[in-house]
Ligand binder design. Structure first.
Ligand code: ZN
Length: 329
């Protein structure tokens, strides 16, 4: 049985994409909230949490046994319900329609020191090109790595001590991106507003020439997923969307594993959504700009009411340029 369809939004750009619900316009609307967010203290909206089940149980819909982490836990704190995979929402079947998903795409992912693309730094990168070549590398950032960040991806100062300096490593990344631009190859980046804004900030920080950003075709499964689902399926981090589309992601927060999963999600979205797949990468860019703006407006509607920071609806695939915010050292 499909889950209820709430309005879901997230703050961007930030590395980890956590969902927080918009207050309901009418009573009875269900709002999903990531387990990592602090629940709202007001009596309304009704806050529904959704996460992998930590304990074995029985599906509330069909009564089958659900092993640990094999299903989802949804409900109100104190009154959880376990739902099996079969009763969880599923994507439409694959089709053989034409679309941008039939062209080879490249993919990029960074592991970083934190969640602010203007301040935080690239620690590792994965560049998967459109011709079957994968490149990856480490960067010695020259700044401390917060323990909370190292705990996510395992990259510590010791591990990066012998790695190239940012100016050298990032010059290679930028040259790789520029080559895609010259060849008109689409670049998959999950939550591009984060990774690409960080790459632009790093280029500024280290005095590197910027890629020709205006000519880059970006395919952002995070934004496209919002355009399709409108946040109706709960938190949609990379792991959530990968699970939904049946894409393997065994080593999350490894840049190469994340980049592979993001690209496979992009292909699956194209295979399963003919209207999204239709058209070329240029038209997909325009649709993603509109979807991102819609997601930001949705978030801002909520954020204004509760006094949280507003998103820039025009902030995709790069956040608004404000070089004064880029910290040099
Ligand atoms: Zn079930």
């Amino acid at each position: 049985m499909p889950l209820p369809a709430p309005v879901m939004t997230t703050v961007l750009p930030s590395k980890d994409v956590f969902g927080i619900g918009t207050p309901p316009a009418t009573s009875g609307t269900i709002v999903l909230l990531s387990c990592r967010e602090v629940p709202l203290s007001a009596p309304t909206p009704t806050v529904i949490l959704m996460r992998a089940n930590k304990y074995a149980g029985r599906c509330a819909e069909c009564d089958v046994t659900v092993e640990i982490a094999a299903g989802q836990l949804i409900g109100l704190p104190g009154s959880w319900r376990t739902i099996c995979v079969a009763c969880s929402p599923t994507p439409p079947p694959r089709g053989d329609h034409p679309g941008w998903h039939l062209t080879p795409l490249a993919s990029l992912d960074f592991e970083t020191t934190g969640v602010d693309p203007l301040i935080d730094r690239v620690l590792s990168y994965a560049l998967l090109d459109d011709r079957g070549h994968d490149f990856s590398g480490l960067v010695n950032p020259g700044v401390p790595i917060p323990p909370a960040s190292a705990a996510v991806h395992g990259l510590t100062a010791e591990a990066l001590a012998g790695a190239p300096a940012p100016v050298d490593a990032l010059a290679e990344v930028i040259a790789w991106v520029q080559d895609l631009i010259e060849r008109g190859v689409g670049l998959v980046v999950f939550n591009a507003a984060y990774d690409l804004t960080m790459l632009r900030a790093e280029a500024t920080r280290w005095g590197l020439a910027q890629p020709d950003w205006d000519r880059l075709f970006v395919v952002d499964p995070y934004v496209i997923d919002w355009g399709i689902e409108r946040g109706g399926l709960g938190p949609r981090r990379l792991t959530d969307v990968a699970a939904y589309y049946g894409v393997a992601l065994d080593n999350a927060h490894d840049a190469t594993a994340d980049a592979r999963a993001a690209r496979e999600i992009a292909y699956e979205i194209g295979r399963r959504h003919p209207t999204v797949a239709a058209g070329d990468l240029e038209s997909l860019m325009l649709r993603q700009v509109i979807w991102f703006a819609g997601r930001a407006e949705d978030w801002n509607h909520y954020a204004r009411r509760v006094g949280r920071p507003l998103d820039d609806p025009a902030g995709w695939p790069l956040a608004a340029q404000d070089l004064t915010d880029v910290r040099i050292a």
